[in-house]
Design a protein around this ligand. Structure first.
Ligand code: DWN
Ligand code: SAH
Length: 405
């Protein structure tokens, strides 16, 4: 019997996606034979309501000097994080000598906005290659996994922080006790925690099961975040839905009783009850929806391939690893995936081994169909792929349903 990673209650998986590789483990042919796989089962704790992977690979297998995701690959995300940083600065930082700590700061896409204004900041980023890019751009970054002992080292050197921020990283970390103890050590009395992650409510509503992969050990809701932080005397004081990553939620927390709780928090918790995020039957329906969406996508792809039309994957996202492996697509189905990240190009996708090529390949020989794995960047991608559409290129999309447009 497995245990909930938050509250240690027994937890049963409600579904499995089968054997999965490391989602960002793009690899060369000679490494196929040693590729790592794990059984990707998911469950929801009936006590604290945390949605979670039953098993997650070791952190160093995912986050290391070869980490393949560079946040700076999206211009839209750069402006999103500019807005995030202004929100923190305008609403929560003290006037004098504020100090901001970000975990999972990657190539510095967020902290740049503080560094540019001369605000004292520190990024904590264990993946050495992306951390190095941040340092090259003048952003103070240490190459470490954040936890309680890391927090103790920081305060001894630089003092306590006014804001602890994170984007798309809290949901990657299974050892939440040490993270919350670290936040408690690091933050001063009036300090705030602000983080955003893909939102469970959107995953359930839109069946975006591709948000489930090795790195995402949790999918948060208002309910599970409130329960988690309550254990450490922190209170959820505000929430703000975001359109990023196919539907995310920004959570703001403060030490209990220190700040006013927004009405929006109560409203979100009410909506989550209506959506049934605390009920087992919701997840049984979700499992059936995942199976239906998988079968719809397989049928769409097979029908196109039967006519011998070429399909290219667009953007080798982490999410695409779940889609490709769960649907069992191979390079007979998807000829290659085009992607703008140099470290992925010339390698093969995890598990099903589809070649990854530069975008120039796509532009010089347009296929009739492109499967849009980067649907969360749809606006940005559509804007730059006008020519593809003008010459008759079609998109296969699978969110919020499987369609060819
Ligand atoms: O949570 C996470 C989020 C923040 O980023 C991480 N665990 C890993 C990663 O997830 P992802 O890989 O699904 O992220 P994106 O932003 O949906 O996809 C990025 C990939 O898409 C990169 O390889 C670059 C590529 N891309 C592209 O080829 N053309 C992106 C854009 C915008 C483009 O125009
Ligand atoms: N914040 C960026 C990057 C998200 S990807 C964005 O939203 O685009 C997740 C990042 O979290 C990776 O760069 C990974 O190396 C980092 N990470 C994983 N575990 C961590 C930990 N314990 N402490 C700090 N960062 C961590």
């Amino acid at each position: 019997m497995s245990k909930c990673k938050i509250c240690n209650q027994s937890i049963e998986p409600f579904m499995t996606f089968g054997k999965m590789p490391i989602a960002n483990g793009f690899l060369r042919e000679e490494d196929f034979k040693n590729e790592y796989y794990f059984e990707m089962e998911v469950g929801v704790c009936s006590c604290c309501h945390m949605f979670q992977l039953i098993n997650q690979p070791e952190r160093e297998m995912m986050f290391n000097e070869n980490y393949a995701f560079f946040s700076g690959t999206s211009k839209h995300m750069a402006s999103h994080f500019k807005e995030f940083a202004s929100h923190v600065k305008n609403n929560y930082l003290p006037g004098e000598n504020p100090f901001v700590v970000e975990i999972g700061s990657n190539d510095g896409i967020m902290l740049k906005n503080f560094a540019d204004q001369g605000i004292k900041h520190l990024g904590i980023e264990p993946s050495a290659n992306v951390a190095e890019v941040a340092r090259e751009n003048g952003i103070n970054t240490i190459t470490e996994f954040f936890d309680k002992s890391c927090a103790e080292k920081i305060i001894n050197k630089t003092g306590k922080a006014d804001a602890f921020i994170a984007a798309n990283v809290m949901c990657h970390i299974p050892y939440m006790d040490s993270i919350l103890e670290g936040i408690d050590v690091l933050l001063n009395e009036h300090g705030i925690v602000m983080f955003e992650d893909p939102y469970l409510g959107d995953v359930i509503k839109n069946t975006t099961y591709d948000q489930i992969y090795d790195e995402h050990v949790f999918l948060f809701s208002g309910l599970s975040v409130r329960n988690l932080f309550q254990r450490y005397n922190f209170e959820l004081i505000d929430i703000e839905p975001q359109e990023t990553h196919g539907g995310s939620m920004r959570y703001t927390l403060a030490r209990s009783g220190k700040r006013k709780v927004s009405q929006k928090v109560h409203e979100l918790l009410e909506q989550e009850k209506i959506l049934g995020l605390d009920k087992a039957e919701t997840y049984n329906t979700f499992r059936k929806n995942c199976e239906k969406y998988r079968d719809d996508l397989i049928a769409t792809v097979r029908a196109i391939r039967e006519k011998d039309h070429k399909i290219v994957g667009y953007a080798a996202t982490s999410k695409s690893t779940t889609i490709l492996n769960y649907c069992g697509f191979t390079s007979n189905d998807i000829a290659y995936i085009c992607d703008t990240t140099p470290i992925k190009q010339g390698k093969f996708s995890p598990g099903v081994h589809i070649p990854v090529k530069a975008n120039e390949e796509f532009k010089t020989n347009y296929p009739l169909y492109a499967l849009l794995f980067g649907y969360n960047h749809k606006k940005e991608i559509m804007a730059k792929e006008q020519d593809y559409m003008k010459q008759g290129g079609k998109w296969i999309i699978y969110v919020p349903e499987v369609k060819v447009i």
